[in-house]
Design a protein around this ligand. Structure first.
Ligand code: FRU
Length: 497
């Protein structure tokens, strides 16, 4: 079954994953089975399980010819690897099977849609990729590429659209049984646009309209679109390349963008009303969502940043991990995220402190660890002025620490991984402006999830999220708290295991 290229990849991954011990990986975040992982692909619920595919180069811990890795899970936290699903083995995807999506067809088969990449060398010596959308159909483990691939190519682009940047189809089925997909593209203005295609059956696709246009407002090319309706609003997620910073909202480089607006399902018209970053930390990109059987919209992202991929453990045979799956909701025109509720089942060894007041550095008995779920509720100590600064330092020993610090007077929350084992001059810090006005009075709620190599911080019940990877040695497991001024804090901390 499958091509020689796919069979080789499957043989290779099976042998080489044995060189990676469980302790070298995150525990409940999916990491590359072996080699390199980027974007989540085909996040779907099929045949009683969640399926998560990913951009995958099994042979090296650096990006290379893209395959699709594959894993399944019952609870979105414990993943079982399945054999690689796709390999670049056809004339139209020779240079990579790029990102895409999955759904279940009415006959029970699973349909994958991905971008086939072919780099064409011109006679003048130049070369450029040609990107086209392709299909594969399978039983949840083995997939066969569709005989009529590619199903969307240069002929299906509107005027001025660039065929070198035409990728990452996200498809869904509408209530009337027809299909839609959104695809990222670069129009003539050099920035990004999202194209909408329609299909009666998932196989024959036709261009419908430009669904959303960047017009050079948020970075350039928009990668990895996802669109869904949530809490009565249309939500478009994209990952812009080449961002310029805007205040504390958007940062340089590859970013994440959530547009919320009105959606008219009759005409498939999306009208933007507001924009925001999806994640305010360092490592989060290319998110994709699934609708769970019980109706939750759950998002997972690549917990990495294209510009800081050099920050990694040495001599480890895997690189790249996914974020925690996050339940989404829309409130007052903003996207909220919270860790999937399945995480609650992993909590153990509860430690709780109420009303701890401090004016310097403190440690609390039982509060330490690198696999933890910790909720902190902060306020100024009664009768005292608003404190200048609060910090929680974790992944800490004599040499290392990662910190999350908050200055209520500025409303600024900062994650800092400078002392987290990095030997590269990369981005180590990121700041965000806390939105809730209570923060200016020194009131703040933080929920931090640690899983060996990462921290995800959910601010004020998920109104904002900051994510960062850290590769500090695991022995650095201390947690301490610092106040400049007088802070009063409640702590609820669990180990996750
Ligand atoms: C985003 C991305 C996608 C592309 C894939 C290639 O991280 O650049 O646009 O499909 O990665 O691996």
């Amino acid at each position: 079954m499958g091509s020689q290229t796919l069979r080789e990849a499957r043989k290779y991954e099976e042998a080489s994953e044995k060189m990676i011990t469980a302790q070298e990986r995150p525990d409940f975040h999916l990491s590359a089975r072996t080699g390199w992982m980027n974007d989540p692909n085909g996040f779907s619920y099929h045949d009683g399980k969640y399926h998560l595919f990913y951009q995958y180069h099994p042979y090296d811990s650096h990006w290379g010819p893209m395959h699709w890795g594959h894993a399944v899970s019952q609870d979105l936290l414990h993943w079982q690897y399945l054999p690689a699903a796709l390999a670049p083995d056809e004339a139209y995807d020779r240079d990579g099977c790029f990102s895409g999506s999955a759904l279940t067809l009415p006959d029970g088969r699973q349909l994958l849609m991905y971008t086939g990449v072919l780099t064409l060398r011109q006679q003048d010596g130049s070369s450029g990729p040609v990107q086209a959308q392709c299909l594969a159909v399978g039983d949840g483990t083995d997939y066969e590429k569709y005989g009529k691939n590619p199903v969307l190519d240069a002929a299906d682009l509107p005027a001025g659209a660039n065929v070198s940047d035409f990728r990452d189809p996200k498809m869904w089925r509408k209530e009337d049984g027809t299909y839609r997909c959104v695809v990222g593209n670069r129009p003539a203005d050099g920035s990004g646009q999202i194209l909408l295609y329609t299909s009666p059956d998932g196989f024959a696709w036709r261009f419908q309209k430009v669904f959303a246009a960047n017009e050079n407002r948020f970075g350039k090319m928009w990668e990895c679109p996802d669109f869904f309706v949530l809490d009565g609003k249309g939500v478009l997620l994209v990952s812009p390349q080449d961002m310029l910073p805007q205040g504390f909202e958007y940062h340089n480089g590859n970013g994440t963008l959530c547009l919320i607006g009105e959606y008219d399902g009759q005409t498939d018209t999306f009208t933007e009303e507001s924009d925001q970053s999806i994640d305010y930390g360092i490592d989060f990109y290319a998110p994709q969502t699934v609708l769970t059987p019980d109706g939750r919209r759950v998002m997972i992202g690549w917990m990495q940043n294209w510009d800081t991929c050099d920050f990694r453990s040495q001599n480890v045979h895997w690189f790249g991990q996914m974020s925690l799956p996050r339940e989404l909701s829309v409130r007052s025109g903003r996207l909220y995220q919270r860790p999937v509720r399945e995480l609650d089942a992993l909590r153990c060894n509860k430690v709780e402190y109420k009303g701890v007041s401090f004016t310097d550095t403190i440690r609390l008995d039982g509060v330490k660890g690198r696999k933890a779920d910790m909720e902190l509720t902060l306020r100024p100590k009664d009768g005292e002025d608003i404190y200048q600064k609060f910090a929680v330092r974790f992944a800490q020993n004599e040499t290392y620490q990662t910190s999350l610090s908050f200055r209520p007077r500025e409303g600024v929350l900062k994650v800092d991984r400078k002392f987290s084992g990095s030997r590269r001059a990369i981005i180590h810090q990121r700041r965000c402006l806390v939105r809730d006005p209570g923060c200016r009075r020194g009131e703040l709620k933080l929920r931090m999830i640690l899983d060996r190599f990462s921290v995800e911080v959910f601010v004020n019940d998920g109104e904002q999220v900051l994510t960062a990877t850290l590769y500090t040695e695991q022995e650095a497991e201390g947690i301490s708290f610092f106040a400049d001024g007088a802070v009063c804090m409640d702590v609820v901390k669990y180990d996750l295991g």
